[in-house]
Design a protein around this ligand. Sequence first.
Ligand code: ADP
Ligand code: MG
Length: 294
Amino acid sequence: ATPTALLVGTGRGAQLGILIKGPQVLESTRRVDTIVLDKTGTVTTGRMTLVATAPTAGTTEAELLGLAGAAETGSEHPIAKAIVTGARDRTGDLPTPESFASTDGLGVQALIDGRVVLVGRPRWLADQWAIPLPSDLQAALSSFEGQGRTVVAVAWDGQANGLIAVSDTVKPTSAAAIAEFRRLGLRPVLLTGDNEIVAAAVAAEVGITEVRAGVLPAEKAEAIRQLQSEGRVVAMVGDGVNDAVALATADLGIAMGTGTDVAIEASDLTLVRSDLVAAADAIRLSRRTLATIK
Ligand code: ADP
Ligand code: MG
C-alpha cells in the first residue's frame, strides 16, 4: 500500500502545480521545521524596474545608462534586465561589449569601446577593485536605500561615475503563504544578497522577522548548514544560479518554476507557478499523504 499512497501523493502534487522529483522527497518534506526564502524572484516578483539614476558631476545620464546597459546585456540577473530595458528606453541602442564576465551576487564587468566598465554592489567595487564611492554618490546611496531601493554602482576609467536604483515588488501571494508556513509550524527566514535596508522592508511587508542580508552566494549554503547545526530541518526556496548550492544543501530544496535550470536541477520540488502558496500546499500534502500510509 505504501508505494501506491506515495504515488497518489505525487500525482496530487502535479495537480497542485508541484513537480516532485520522486516519492522519497515526501519523507523529508514532512520533517521540515524551518523555511528559508530567497528574496529576489522568490518572495518578490524579481521583475525589477529602473527607478532612478545618480550620475556624478561631469557624467551625463545617457553616458551612465549607455555603458551600464551595454555591460549588463550579458547578464540574466533581474537587476541587469531592469538596467538594459531602462537604458534602451531612455537612450536607444546599446553598444555590444567586446568582452563580459559576471561574478554571482556581486556584479558584472565588461569591455566597451576599450573601456573597462563595472556594475555591481558598491562594496564589491570598493573591496575588489579599490574603487570607493565619492562623497556625493555616498549621499545618493543612503537616500536611495532609505527608500528601499536596490542600488548598484557603475564605474569606468577607474572611478565610480554614478549609481542606478532599481525596485522590485512583493508577489501578491507571498504574505498569505508566509502566514500559512507559520500555521504549519515552520519558521520563515529571509535570505538575500541584497542590502539590509531593502531586506528589512520586504521582510516587514510579508511578515518575516528573521532576516539574513548581504549574504554572498557561497555564504547562502553556509547559512543553511548553520541552521542545520542548530538541529533544524531546513527547506529552502530559491530561483537563482546563486541559490543552487544552498538548495542542494537544504534538507528540502524547492525551486521556482520560472527559476534558472541550475536551481531546478539542484532542487527536490519545483513550483510550476512560482507561487509560494504552492510550497505550503506541498508541505501540507506530504504530511497528509504520509498520515494516510500510517
Ligand atoms: P538575491 O539574493 O536577493 O537573489 P543576488 O545574490 O542575486 O540577490 O545579488 C546580490 C547583489 O549583488 C545585488 O543586490 C547587486 O548589488 C549585486 N549584483 C548581482 N548581480 C548583479 C548584476 N548583474 N549587475 C549588478 N549588480 C549585481
Ligand atoms: Mg533570487
